[in-house]
Structure formats: structure tokens, C-alpha cells
Ligand binder design. Structure first.
Ligand code: SAM
Length: 399
């Protein structure tokens, strides 16, 4: 039974990996890097490691723009049908069946590699028609030796990777020290494998999607029906909240400073800040700043801000010191634990949980009567703020 459940959930997870990125979303994001540096892809080999051109608009975009971007080589690999959950329908394309390479067994059991280096068709233009393909030796798993070799050959890795393997996929790129642009869920920013990369300026958010709002992906015909779907002609789309681009390619937005008001003006004009001022956390030496537009321009200490800040982060303006939870805050240590507190519902009845669950959250003294709170034997009450990132103004650039 346990095993069946395991199989079922891994099938569900894998089904959840089949979301295809729309052409215009890719185009808008890539344009932002090109606007900052028109040579960003020039002379480079791009690897798209989860991308069958039949489905992947990444392959279409880069093949179409091969000459304009000055690419050296485009490599796109796909994952074998047999390695995907059985419910995902598979039908080889007419193009594949008509090809002398076609193999009835390999079409299901092997991944494919599509390569573009020049005008293979000889029609004077370089585009998708010039992609040359063959079967891979294995199933195209990005962790396999043959895809690792392609990764090592590439300069830039770009894709929307399988959602269920995001951490592993990112680690796979980072260990090879490659440039990358990938799609993931904003929740990933506080993973203990991801946050240090953000803090050390080795990874940042892209431009057009920074975890705010939702993004539409195409799904296949027999994807489970869920809320947040729409049908457009013959295509079915699923909306996914909190999607973001993660990259280490530079872009203009991260050099635009946020325009901020002074503490005094915030207290006077910002209705999200109490006239009593910014509150210091009970367990961190930092002040709570509940909104990005309330970051005071003249405060030199540590500030806790919502994670949406990362979509506005300019590393010349701020330094990132840590994040609440997951032991990501060595530079801003928590100075208190809540194991001797208990959690209470807003109506004053205990939830049965210990205060230990709020350790490492950013906790504020008091009780607004709306949310659960934590209380100790002395009646001291705290409530936790949402996930926070700790930041401080960089003053070294100012004179
Ligand atoms: C989220 S989809 C995105 C597809 C495509 N990159 C796009 O954006 O349209 C991820 C793809 O990775 C494939 N995949 C799943 N596990 C994989 C693995 N271990 N190695 C390579 N690809 C994998 C899935 O089958 C799926 O087609």
C-alpha cells in the first residue's frame, strides 16, 4: 500500500513537471537581458536540457533568433517518453517518423538531442528547420553522463526545468559554474541551497517574473483538470502562482535604485507604518518593514522586509544579510527561542503546539487579536511576521 502511494505521488509529481512555457514569456525575458547587453549570447553555446522542440518554445525562440543573437551552437535535449508517467500520451511526430533516424523502440525509451550550428538545409536562413537530431544513448535525464557532458560544453543553460527536481537542477548548474536563466517557484528563494547564492550575488531574480502574480503554462490534453485552467483554441493552459525567473545574467532592473522616503516621511505619510515608528523584532536586532515602499532611506541598521523585495533588489543600494528560518541568518543571529511558549488561537484557546514552531521566524511583541499568537508563563505575547529577508543600506557607494 505504502509503495502504491509512493508510486502514485511520484506519478503526480512527474505529471506536475509537464508545463510548457509560452513563447512570449520567453521572448520578453530574453529581451530584458539583450537590452542590457546586446552581446549577452554572442559566440555562446546554449543548452536547453529539458526541451523537445515539438513542445519547447525555448528551442523555437533560440533557433529562430540564432543569427540575430550571434549564437555559436544551440543544443536542445528531450526526456524519454518511457521515463515520464504512463498517463502522459506519447505520439512520435510525423517529422520523426519520416526521418531515416526513426527507431520504433528508441522513440519511447531514449531521449533526443537536437543541435543547431548553421544553415543545414541550405535555404539561406538559420531556423528550426536546421535543427539536426538523433537519439541519445540514454533517456535524457539531465543527471546522466551524456547530458553532463553537454552541460560542460555549454556556456549558458536555459529552461523551465522539472518542478519536482528544481533544487537538484539548480545545484547541477551551479556546480559547473555556468550562466543560466531558469524558471522556478518563488518559494525556492529561501531553500537553504538557494538563499546563500542570492546573498553572495551568484543568483538573482529575472525581470519579467519575480514571484508576484501568476504565469500561464501550456499543459497537455490529459493533464488533470484543476482550477486555474483555460482553453484557448486547441491549447489548454494552467496558471501557476509565484513563478519567477532565476538567473546570473545581468539586467537593467537590478541597477535601478528604489526610490524611498525618510523615516520621518514614512511615519507621516505611509499608512502602513504606525506613527509610533518601526517596531524592532523580539528575537532579532532588526526592524520590521512590512512593505517595500516603507523601507526608510535613512535607517542604517538591519531591516526585515518581505521576500518580494528580491524583485526590486539592487545590489549597489542594499546588502542582503540573511533570511528568517532555515538557519539562513548567521549575520543576523536570532537572540531568543520560544520553546517555553505555547501557541494560542486569536480567541485565546491553545492550538496544542509549542512555541518552538516560531523559532527563527521574525517575531513581534504583542497580539493584534487577528492571528495566532505565542505566550509564555509570564504572559509575554508575540506574533510572527511573514517570511522576511534581512537587508541593510549600502553606504559605501554614497558620498
Ligand atoms: C516544466 S517542463 C518544461 C518543459 C520546457 N522546458 C518548457 O518550458 O516548455 C519540464 C520538462 O522536463 C522533463 N523532465 C522531467 N524529469 C527530467 C529529468 N530528470 N531530466 C530531464 N528532463 C526531465 C519533463 O518531462 C518536462 O517535459
Amino acid at each position: 500500500m505504502g509503495k502504491d502511494n509512493d508510486n502514485l505521488s511520484s506519478a503526480k509529481r512527474a505529471q506536475n513537471d509537464e508545463f510548457y512555457t509560452q513563447y512570449q514569456d520567453i521572448e520578453k525575458e530574453m529581451e530584458a537581458y539583450l537590452e542590457f547587453n546586446s552581446d549577452v549570447f554572442r559566440g555562446k553555446t546554449i543548452l536547453l536540457p529539458c526541451d523537445d522542440p515539438e513542445w519547447s518554445n525555448f528551442t523555437k525562440y533560440f533557433a529562430q533568433r540564432f543569427t540575430a543573437l550571434g549564437l555559436k551552437k544551440l543544443i536542445s535535449t528531450s526526456y524519454a517518453a518511457n521515463s515520464k508517467p504512463a498517463e502522459i500520451p506519447y505520439q512520435p511526430t510525423l517529422f520523426e517518423i519520416a526521418s531515416p533516424e526513426f527507431d520504433e523502440i528508441k522513440t519511447k525509451s531514449n531521449g533526443k538531442i537536437f543541435t543547431l550550428t548553421g544553415d543545414a538545409s541550405g535555404d539561406g536562413v538559420i531556423n528550426v528547420n536546421d535543427l539536426e537530431w538523433t537519439y541519445l544513448k540514454g533517456d535524457g535525464d539531465f543527471r546522466s553522463e551524456e547530458i553532463i557532458e553537454l552541460r560542460n560544453e555549454a556556456d549558458v543553460i536555459i529552461t523551465n526545468p522539472p518542478f519536482s527536481l528544481f533544487r537538484e537542477f539548480l545545484a547541477w548548474i551551479v556546480e559547473a559554474n555556468k550562466e543560466f536563466v531558469i524558471i522556478g517557484n518563488m518559494n525556492a528563494v529561501t531553500y537553504k541551497e538557494v538563499f546563500p547564492l542570492i546573498q553572495n550575488d551568484k543568483l538573482w531574480l529575472g525581470v519579467t517574473r519575480t514571484g508576484v502574480g501568476s504565469m500561464w503554462f501550456e499543459v497537455n490534453d490529459n493533464a488533470p483538470e484543476k482550477s486555474g485552467q483555460r482553453v484557448d483554441g486547441e491549447k489548454r493552459f494552467q496558471t501557476i502562482g509565484n513563478s519567477a525567473w532565476f538567473t546570473n545574467l545581468d539586467h537593467g532592473r537590478r541597477h535601478e535604485p528604489l526610490t524611498l522616503m525618510s523615516t520621518k516621511d514614512n511615519l507621516k505619510f505611509n499608512k502602513h507604518i504606525s506613527p509610533n515608528g518601526y517596531q524592532e523584532y523580539d528575537n532579532y536586532e532588526a526592524i520590521e518593514v512590512p512593505r517595500i515602499d516603507a523601507i526608510p532611506s535613512d535607517y542604517d541598521g538591519v531591516m526585515g522586509v518581505p521576500i518580494t523585495f528580491l524583485g526590486k533588489y539592487n545590489p549597489e543600494q542594499f546588502e542582503i544579510l540573511g533570511a528568517t528560518q532555515r538557519s539562513c541568518h548567521d549575520l543576523v543571529p536570532d537572540r531568543k527561542k520560544y520553546d517555553n511558549y505555547v501557541e494560542m488561537k486569536p480567541d485565546g484557546t491553545p492550538t496544542g503546539s509549542s512555541g518552538g514552531k516560531t523559532n527563527e521566524n521574525a517575531n513581534l511583541e504583542g497580539n493584534d487579536g487577528k492571528k495566532n499568537y505565542f505566550v509564555n508563563a509570564d504572559g509575554h505575547q508575540v506574533q510572527s511576521a511573514y517570511q522576511r529577508i534581512f537587508i541593510r543600506h549600502r553606504r559605501d557607494n554614497e558620498n
